[in-house]
Design a protein around this ligand. Structure first.
Ligand SMILES: Nc1ncnc2c1ncn2[C@@H]1O[C@H](COP(=O)(O)OP(=O)(O)OP(=O)(O)O)[C@@H](O)[C@H]1O
Ligand SMILES: [K+]
Ligand SMILES: [Mg+2]
Length: 676
């Protein structure tokens, strides 16, 4: 999708946003944003005063009122434009997604024969056949076969990926293309509920719900608005009593300057842009809440293999133990791997061939295949002659061998430690009660991991590496990568315990996962990022899906979440500080207008009371578009603790918010005063 985003702010999008921002002037829409709605009512009152002078009390020159009316209108329009611009990006994305959602004819399999049906009629549970060159008609799970699939329509990644029945790479997405072979798929979504449908409605904003944080802030802004409304309204009778004449248009101007229009105008744009930034990283967030939760995460749980390391755990050497020979070990290692379709399993056969060795493929032919499972951490085959061949995690094999009365060779531990302390994964190979030796699976830590974990630490996030590997390998990789903590020999259910333990301490937990057995943990975590290559159940349990299937992207997502919360906080601080400063321009002007002798109040030395009011209003309006880039891009983000971030932002945006209006209004006043 990355290429699609390049033209983020095309001319078309601008034009669309301009149009939408006019449509949004409709009071029925406006009322959803109480702050701006009050501005709109104010503008209406000023309009009444222009059309029927004297209707709402005596007043100054109509020209000024027309100017006030126009500035108020522009203020609302700017706020609408910010929102429309943010929404526009999502719409453009949705449009390009809709193009990938083509109607195709699917070959449905019913009782052994196939029938051609339109893809839109496929329902959950239907079975279809897709051959080379055909488009996958619906989301589903491969139940038979293997194929390479071009998923560029949704991931933007042009290299085809291998998808196959069983295991963690069995799910396919409707709208992607089979480029080789033939697969049988069981459909997993009903019409209109597919992955692409969900993506479209998400980016279009149809499903955009306000997050708890947004609702809380919205309430605060509304309360502030009501308070200022009461202040301004009660000002009138008090002034009347003191025989000071306050004009209605001046009161409206005062109110608009005091209420938090800046953040009120930018709030929804900030949220939409935050979601959009996540999508630009090719991550599909199911809700804005998930993105915000990512910003508050305290603990991050990461897999070792494939997340911290490259994950292509390859057999590198055969290390026999006891009195066994290398070719003997290699032979049994290969027999146990003949039907093991995991990358680890295949690499064992490859190593054997690279070493110019052979193994008896017929031996396992009619045996019972024992597939690798994360629970048992073993794989292998039960031969027809009764012999059982296994390979797997050393502790698992040791237990297995001991339970059948076997001896553990004396040098096993030394060889295991040698592999593990180099960061490799040792796999023991056994036939019945005899251990033949160790396969050394090599894997390397991805470059730059140490720096990224360092950044997370600065943000106050604790990283825990979970691995099914042995403690020594885990310790080596943990040290090399610089994670805070690790859990070795970790089974999928252990992850849930870790998550619950952290959550019980009031922490928010994020994790990534791809397999079916990760689903419960993904659901339990506050932020669960599933891999698009993973199983359907993992994707359903998670609240985010990474289309590129890069588990380390969780780190970026957390960064974006933090940035979203920071941007909202920073602009709120700026907005409220701003309004306080405007007070000093408007209040003196108001009283000077009524009692010209009060000139001493003019601390800002503004041209005239009317020019002061107009300048404050103009500043109040233009600050919104000036801040749109920050709202859309997010404030500059540096990894540091929340505490330090908060004080830093208070300083920059709070102080900036107070200072900016003084110089801004003064500057505008220099021009306005030429005219009035
Ligand atoms: N194909 C296989 N056959 C037998 N044993 C395997 C196989 N693949 C892995 N193992 C063993 O099972 C252990 C768990 O593997 P698994 O891939 O489930 O690890 P994990 O829990 O995902 O953690 P990580 O991915 O961080 O290593 C591995 O450490 C290894 O000892
Ligand atoms: K304001
Ligand atoms: Mg794994």
């Amino acid at each position: 999708m990355s290429t699609r985003h390049k033209s983020m702010l095309s001319r078309n999008m601008m034009r669309g946003a301009v149009l939408d921002s006019f449509k949004k002037l409709n009071p029925i829409w406006m009322i959803k944003n109480p702050v701006m709605f009050v501005v709109e009512i104010g503008a209406f009152l000023v309009l009444l005063q222009i059309l029927f002078p004297g209707l709402l009390g005596e007043d100054h020159i109509t020209g000024v009122n027309v100017a006030i009316f126009l500035i108020l209108l522009i203020t609302i329009w700017f706020a609408n434009f910010a929102e429309a611009l943010a929404e526009g990006r999502g719409k453009a994305q949705a449009d390009s997604l809709k193009k990938t959602k083509q109607q195709v004819m699917a070959n449905q399999l019913i009782g052994g024969s196939t029938r051609s049906v339109p893809s839109s009629e496929l329902c959950k549970g239907d079975v279809v056949v897709v051959s080379q060159g055909e488009m996958i008609p619906a989301d589903g799970e491969i139940i038979e076969g293997l194929a390479s699939v071009d998923e560029s329509a949704i991931t933007g990644e042009s290299a085809p990926v291998i998808k196959e029945a069983g295991g963690d790479f069995s799910s396919v997405t409707g709208g992607t293309l089979v480029v080789s072979d033939r697969i049988v798929i069981r459909v997993t979504s009903d019409p209109g509920q597919s992955f692409i449908d969900r993506m479209i409605s998400l980016v279009e904003g149809a499903e955009r719900q306000k997050t708890p944080n947004e609702i809380a802030l919205g309430t605060l802004l509304t309360v502030l608005t009501v308070i200022f409304l009461i202040v301004v309204i009660t000002l009138k009778p008090i002034a009347d009593y003191l025989d000071i004449h306050l004009e209605i248009t001046v009161l409206v101007s005062l109110l608009v300057c005091l209420i938090p229009t800046t953040i009120g105008g930018l709030l929804s744009a900030i949220g939409i842009a935050g979601m959009d930034r996540v999508t630009q990283y090719n991550v599909l967030a199911m809700s804005g809440k998930a993105v915000e939760a990512a910003g508050d995460v305290n603990t991050m749980i990461l897999d070792k293999t494939g997340t911290i390391t490259f994950g292509n755990r390859m057999a590198a050497e055969f290390l026999p133990v006891g009195s066994r020979a290398e070719d003997e070990l290699a032979h049994w290692a290969a027999v146990s791997s003949g039907f093991d379709e995991t990358p680890e399993g295949r690499s064992v056969i490859e190593l054997l061939r690279r070493q110019g060795l052979e193994y008896d493929e017929t031996l396992a032919a009619n045996g019972e295949i024992i597939e690798f499972r994360a629970e048992t951490r073993m794989s292998g085959v039960d031969l027809q002659d009764g012999r059982r061949v296994r390979k797997g995690a050393v502790d698992a094999i040791k237990k297995w061998v001991s339970s059948r009365g076997g001896q553990i060779p004396g040098d096993l531990e030394a060889v295991t430690n040698q592999v593990a302390s180099a960061g490799g994964t040792p796999l023991a190979v056994a036939v019945d009660e005899v251990i033949y030796g160790i396969i050394h699976l090599k894997d390397t830590v991805k470059p730059g991991m140490k720096e990224r974990f360092e950044q997370l630490r600065k943000m106050g996030i604790r990283t825990i590496m979970c691995t099914g590997d042995n403690p020594l390998t885990a310790a080596t990789i943990a040290r090399e990568a610089g994670v805070d903590d690790y859990i070795a020999e970790c089974k999928p259910e252990d992850k849930i315990d870790v998550i619950r333990r952290e959550q019980a301490q009031g922490k928010l937990v994020a994790m990534t996962g791809d397999g079916t057995n990760d689903a419960p943990a993904l659901a339990q975590a506050d932020v669960g990022l599933a891999m698009n290559s993973g199983t359907v159940s993992a994707k359903e349990a998670a609240n985010m899906v990474d289309l590129d299937s890069d588990p380390s992207k969780l780190i970026e997502v957390v960064g974006i979440g933090k940035q979203l919360l920071m941007t909202r906080g920073a602009l709120t601080t700026f907005s409220i500080a701003n309004d306080i400063a405007k007070y000093f321009a408007i209040i003196p002007a108001m009283f000077m207008l009524a009692i010209p002798e009060m000139g001493a109040l003019n601390i800002m030395k503004l041209g005239s009371p009317l020019s002061a009011i107009l300048s404050a209003l103009i500043f109040n309006a233009v600050i919104i578009p000036l801040l749109i880039p920050i709202a859309m891009r997010g404030v500059k983000y540096r990894p540091m603790s929340s505490q330090r971030l908060l004080s830093r932002n208070l300083l920059i945006f709070g102080l900036g918010g107070v200072v900016a209006p003084f110089s801004g209004i003064k500057l505008i006043d220099l021009f306005v005063h030429l005219w009035i």
